[in-house]
Design a binder for this molecule. Sequence first.
Ligand code: SAM
Length: 270
Amino acid sequence: MNKQSVVAKKKFGQNFLQDESVLRKIVEAMPKNSHKIVEIGPGLGDLTKFLVDVKSVEAFEVDTDLCKLLQSTFKKEIDTKRLQLHCGDVLQAWKSTLIDEPYDLVANLPYYIATNIILKALADPMCKNILVMVQLEVAEKFCATDGEKVFGSLGIITQSVGDARLITKVPPTAFDPQPKVDSAVFLIQKSRDRSDTEFEEMLRVAFTQPRKTLMKNLSSKYEKPLLQEAFKELGLTLTIRPHQVSTQDYHQLYTLTRSLDGRRETRGTK
Ligand code: SAM
């Protein structure tokens, strides 16, 4: 099998990036540091070629046909350990960390599992930066800040661990085959570890019905008097919508409801 005879497999989200100017933009946006690069889904190896020129790369590819092709294309780099190639599903390989040394994730992700991969990378203490191509709509959610319509739990989780910014939008014509949607490359530079799961559960509840008030959403799970007290202390109005509250206020709301709850329990047991 050679590169020309490859037929893209839809089930693996294969849209190969053909536009060299976008490949160059990705490489230029890479944070300058000594971390290893992890690439998820090297595909035909077009991005990989640029990456191994700059750094050591560890790559994960699920498609066995493409894996064989990559093994022959990158024989020299594999022999010299510049490239370590794992053939298999990256989600199966991912335990609490994906590899056991600090790394930056750089990839044109398979869109059907992109959000899941980014959330795993945000939670992975070995992952230091995330530079990925995804659907534009998904990139906008991760990069959103409070007040924007698309601000939600993905934006809050991202802001809780670092900063995100859009690098470039990419039209369908940059790929073969062309996806139906616009894409974008964005960068998350992590400076803290991901927040705890209870905080994220509160976010899930907060955004269950994004157009309703935050109070209405949260009171489906948390005690209303407790919430009213916390809202008052933080100066949040009872009519505020979930996307209008800042990441910092969500963290304070979380801390406050827990401490008020604790105080109430202590009082109750006296
Ligand atoms: N990096 C290549 C490029 O930019 O042209 C290919 C990108 S393509 C959008 C996504 C790649 O991810 C495909 O090669 C696909 O086979 C691979 N892939 C899909 N699901 C995967 C999984 N669970 N684990 C590892 N690789 C996966």
